[in-house]
Design a binder for this molecule. Sequence first.
Ligand SMILES: [Zn+2]
Length: 153
Amino acid sequence: MFKVEEGGSAYGARLVATQPLTAGTVIHRITDYRTTPHPTYQTIQIGPDTHINELGMVAYLNHSCAPNTIIDTSELTISAVQDINAGADLTFFYASTEWEMERPFICLCGAPQCVRLMAGAKHLSVDTLSRYFINAHIRAFVLESLGVPALAQ
Ligand SMILES: [Zn+2]
């Protein structure tokens, strides 16, 4: 459903849809990875102290402030959140998984709602985060940062 393409973007390599993808479609299940307690620029955070690494092609899923996919870290799935044309870059919103990024960057995605500095959810307002799909561990960190007691499990 997608492939890695080199060049042609601010990020270098990127994932590109090889066919039209319908909103809601699970386009990938992440089954090949290692866990690590330490974030790097290549990891995806899936829990308070858990990051996954050695993700193969998924490592090339770039950030956008107007993303066309989401990563659900409880299911380890990547889904289309809008209809995507063949040939389009696949992107997700890094702050939906990352609380504090090891390597922040100035975002050049060009979206009207671009957050400009992507350093993880910790550095974004609740108002900004509320416009996005955000994973449970990030919601928990936000509530903790606001002093809201965690809900009973
Ligand atoms: Zn942006």
